[in-house]
Ligand binder design. Structure first.
Ligand code: KG4
Ligand code: ZN
Length: 353
């Protein structure tokens, strides 16, 4: 797998983080993230219109910060990568417009990438002592506020979706449960903190049963809401936080390891914001070890939304000769690039040292 050589600037603005990164090959020289979490906490979730406006305010300072931290001048940048799908359309447009302007004024190539391809390739980054690139093929559990997917990563650009949530994403299950419990947004971190002092003593539904790699978390949220009503003053928030965390963790870990076993994958990566969850990391490591699977979890700053991962997704595409022009558009929904519509890029087991 080859990477674009010159310093590359990447931009991510698909949801509620404004991020810019500078990469040199797989090495992350800077990865600046301005989060809107505080603003959205007031509303209990992301308000698309407010998110887009906050991206406008944050974008140029974040890009300037990324260049300063990388000690790279703007005119040394050799390519621009941007998330153009899927995401909130207003939010995406801010990043896309900035990327086009930079590409035009610098006279360097532009490429738009799929947000989830960014998450899938995040383990390939080199950053602060982390350098543990998985070999192909491997299995990836993508767990974020918008996605819960099990993907067989065959090669760069060749992704086979094995299963996904048919309703709420795992991160949403954390966020919505936290909101019902009166905990702050984003809820995953708050639940993890409260769960430390609790016992997983409340029974919650695990969603789809049987031989499937799909997930369902909608009933989970309803069950949490009913339990809160039923328990009233007796409710122990720490115990409920622990029960929510244990149940989501168990469902994700068991199904991810079963999916890896089903395709014979010997390596698994966990990516996306929910991969920051300590209990999920522990439980996956236990189950993976039992199945002889090597688990790779990138550092937290690469798990939550960031531009460095977007840079990696654009980097190999540029290195393989792909680029976009200024007709590049933003899309709220988009399928993950798959087997069928990608150029074949050499042997599947092409390893990385
Ligand atoms: O990947 P991400 O930053 O943004 C999306 O693309 O959605 O993921 C955000 C999600 C939120 O739902 C948040 O609650 C969850 O990641 N999250 C966590 C933790 N930290 C963030 N969930 C569980 N435990 C955590 N420690
Ligand atoms: Zn994400």
């Amino acid at each position: 797998m080859t990477w674009h050589e010159g310093p590359l600037l990447a931009i991510e603005s698909s949801c509620d983080e404004t991020s810019a990164a500078v990469l040199l090959g797989r090495r992350v020289l800077s990865n600046i993230v301005a989060s809107q979490a505080d603003m959205h906490e007031r509303w209990g979730g992301v308000v698309p219109e407010a998110a887009a406006r906050a991206h406008v305010d944050a974008m140029l300072p974040v890009v300037a910060d990324a260049l300063t931290h990388a000690a790279v001048e703007l005119d040394q940048i050799k390519a621009i990568v941007v998330t153009n799908r899927p995401g909130l359309i207003g939010a995406l447009s801010v990043g896309l417009t900035t990327a086009k302007a930079l590409s035009f004024s610098l006279g360097v190539p532009l490429i738009g990438v799929h947000h989830i391809e960014g998450h899938l390739l995040s383990p390939f980054a080199v950053l602060d002592g982390y350098d543990d690139p998985p070999k192909f093929p491997h299995l990836s559990l993508v767990v974020s506020g918008g996605h819960t997917e099990l993907v067989h990563v065959l090669a760069p650009g060749r992704y086979r979706l094995l299963g996904q949530s048919i309703d709420d994403a795992a991160g949403e299950a954390f966020d919505k449960s936290a909101r019902l419990m009166g905990l702050p947004y984003p809820g995953g971190r708050a639940i993890q903190d409260r769960a430390r002092a609790g016992r997983a003593s409340y029974a919650l539904p695990r969603g789809l049963k049987g031989e499937t790699f799909d997930f369902s978390f909608a009933g989970f949220k309803t069950a949490v809401s009913r339990l809160i009503e039923k328990e009233g003053d007796r409710l122990n928030i720490d115990d409920l936080a622990s029960s929510v965390q244990e149940t989501i963790t168990e469902v994700l870990s068991a199904r991810a390891v079963a999916a890896a076993d089903s395709v014979g994958a010997k390596t698994m990566t966990v990516v996306g914001g929910v991969a920051a969850n300590q209990r999920l990391r522990e439980r996956l490591a236990e189950l993976a070890a039992r199945s002889g699977i090597r688990l790779i979890v990138p550092p937290i700053e690469l798990c939550t939304d960031n531009a460095a991962m977007i840079g990696l997704a654009g980097s190999w595409r540029l290195a393989s000769g792909q680029k976009d022009d200024f007709t590049l558009d933003a899309f709220p929904n988009a399928e993950l690039p798959s087997d069928a519509d990608e150029p074949k890029l050499g042997a599947i087991d092409e390893g990385l040292a």
